[in-house]
Ligand binder design. Structure first.
Ligand code: B4P
Length: 194
């Protein structure tokens, strides 16, 4: 089994690149952002709780997100591997993921960190906000999300760097070029199927 974490600030292209990686390598995609938005749109108790944090640009509490990941892995016992998109976002989430995977006799193989400057991140997300209808894609909330990223999520990169699993990839090129850079790293571990 091959498990990949796609890491980076809001708007760095994690969701965008995951779509291509999933088809190229036949991996199971787990996006905590998508899972949370699905809960919000179905007005579940979890979604109602999560929305309060998301609308303010804050991270949803760890227990909520970790529980979702656990069930998603169990739903896909025959997966070739998983791509974790937008998770882990705190050191606590990263440690919990390691324990969870160890219990399932597997582990994280590679962490690809998409590096994009802050001006481009804001531009991309404001642009997406014009059509996405996402309540967290306004300039005010985006600024808070980036702050939250620096405070709570960036330490996750150090956590994986210490384990020798982190590779930094330039994320400010056009989408196909960024994809090529990502595949260069993944191909060292896994052959494409498409
Ligand atoms: P996410 O859904 O993970 O969203 P994101 O940070 O906006 O996204 P991403 O990096 O995937 O950007 P994308 O490809 O879409 O999180 C949303 C919220 O959910 C969080 O703020 C938090 O509240 C909550 N949450 C999620 N996971 C959590 C966790 N683990 N713990 C706690 N809370 C959690 O790209 C953005 C835009 O840029 C798109 O419009 C795209 O077309 C464009 N783009 C992409 N690549 C480009 C490129 N190379 N050039 C130009 N534009 C590009």
């Amino acid at each position: 089994m091959f498990n990949l974490v796609l890491f980076g600030p809001p708007g760095s292209g994690k969701g965008t690149q995951s779509e291509n990686i999933v088809t190229t390598y036949n991996l199971q995609h787990i996006s905590t952002g998508d899972l949370l938005r699905d809960e919000v749109s179905r007005h579940t108790p979890l979604g109602t709780e999560a929305k309060k944090y998301m609308d303010q640009g804050m991270l949803v509490p760890d227990e909520v997100v970790i529980g979702m990941i656990d069930s998603k892995i169990d739903e896909n016992p025959d997966a070739r591997g998983f791509i974790f998109d937008g998770f882990p976002r705190t050191r606590n989430q990263a440690e919990s993921l390691d324990k969870l995977l160890e219990f399932k006799n597997t582990s994280i193989n590679l962490v690809l960190s998409l590096e994009v400057n802050e001006t481009d991140l804001i531009k991309r997300l404001v642009l997406r906000g014009q059509t996405s209808g996402r309540s967290d894609d306004t300039e005010e909330v985006i600024t808070k999300r980036i702050k939250e990223y620096h405070l709570k999520t960036q330490p996750v990169a150090d956590y994986y760097e210490t384990q020798g699993k982190l590779e930094r990839v330039a994320g400010d090129n056009p989408i196909p070029e960024t994809f090529k850079l990502l595949t260069k790293n993944i191909n060292k571990y896994l052959l494409p199927v498409a």
